[in-house]
Design a protein around this ligand. Structure first.
Ligand code: F6P
Length: 326
């Protein structure tokens, strides 16, 4: 790999709180090491449509505490075409960009991998998604903030649930990963947690809710991951209602509010560490890896593994949920 002089940085896929902290850290560490930095706006679309912006230290001032991404984001359909990628390559070459830092999830990493295989552009992926679904890192940027947002919402719903003797089904994001559901289910003391990783058994769920009633519960919370095989909170609530009428039932789909907001201190610190480490990795001639944090230390994961390997849920959290919700 020849010596890198100018890097391009972009955010791609669903935005997540902490992406700005990550951009700031990568930009500042690059400048600290005398590299030039170009911000690429709107993800891979920006490479195709020439949306570039030179970034200096002051351009990333006061963004650490802001949700969203100052570079904006997109899920680029054009970048999935060979023609789109060729345009992107011509544009970054004409600007003298010789390496990329890509903050995003699985789909973004796959795009970067194909681009590198076709045009030989060194890149580092950084895990930016609330879903925490990437192999090789304990946390992804935004997961902690999203979990805190969910916990705050469920705590509020519990006040009204208890006042009205109600059963609430609360749907959380996560695509096909149950990380947000499992962690927030434990953190809010949910009666049941339904995840894509485990088949949903409506009869077992009704049994559990009946047991709760017998043990004098006057309200219950079920956290449902959007990717659950039961079809989501609305569908599952309807099925439960058919056979179990001991509660008045309500459904809340939390949706995109989980993606916004002020990043937690934990997300800011992880994002800053990873953003900094991405530049170190490029300076050490690394490419085609995701930089994450594993057991408290910076990890380097081959991008192929980050994309293809399935991250396992913490089995301990699943084991303890039944005992904690009697
Ligand atoms: O990957 C992040 C995420 O928020 C998922 O949890 C969710 O399934 C998806 O993105 C929603 O995508 P969009 O913002 O395109 O509707």
């Amino acid at each position: 790999m020849h010596q890198i002089k100018k890097i391009g940085i972009l955010t791609s896929g669903g935005d997540s709180p902490g992406m700005n902290a990550c951009i700031r850290a990568a930009v500042r560490n690059a400048l600290f090491n005398q590299l030039e930095v170009v911000g690429i706006l709107e993800g891979f679309n920006g490479m195709i449509h020439n949306k570039f912006k030179k970034l200096q230290a002051r351009d990333v001032s006061n963004i650490l505490q802001r949700g969203g991404t100052i570079l904006r984001s997109a899920r680029s359909k054009e970048f999935m075409t060979k023609e789109g990628r060729l345009k992107a390559f011509e544009n970054i070459k004409s600007r003298g960009i010789d390496a990329l830092v890509i903050i995003g999830g699985n789909g973004s990493f796959l795009g970067a991998k194909i681009f590198d295989e076709e045009f030989g552009i060194p890149y580092i992926g950084l895990p930016g998604t609330i879903d925490n679904d990437l192999y090789g890192t304990d946390y992804t940027i935004g997961f902690d903030t999203a979990c805190n947002t969910v916990v705050d919402a469920v705590d509020k719903i519990k006040d009204t649930a208890a006042s009205h003797n109600r059963l609430f089904f609360i749907e959380v994001m996560g695509r096909d990963s149950g990380y947000i559901a499992l962690n927030t289910g434990i953190a809010t003391g949910a009666e049941e947690i339904l995840l894509p990783e485990r088949p949903t058994d409506v009869h077992a769920l009704i049994e559990k809710l009946s047991e709760g009633k017998k043990h004098k519960k006057n309200s219950s919370i079920v956290i449902v991951s959007e990717g659950d095989d039961g079809g989501g909170a609305i569908a599952i609530a309807a099925q439960v209602n058919k056979h179990f009428q001991q509660y008045d039932t309500r459904v809340t789909v939390l949706g995109h509010l989980q993606r916004g907001g002020v990043p937690t201190a934990s997300d800011r610190v992880s994002a800053s560490r990873m953003g900094h480490a991405a530049i170190e990795a490029l300076l050490n001639h690394k490419s085609a890896i995701m930089v994450g944090i594993l057991n408290g230390k910076i990890s380097h994961v081959p991008i192929k593994d980050a994309i293809e390997k399935k991250k396992k849920l913490n089995p301990h959290l699943f084991e303890i949920k039944d005992a904690l919700s009697i």
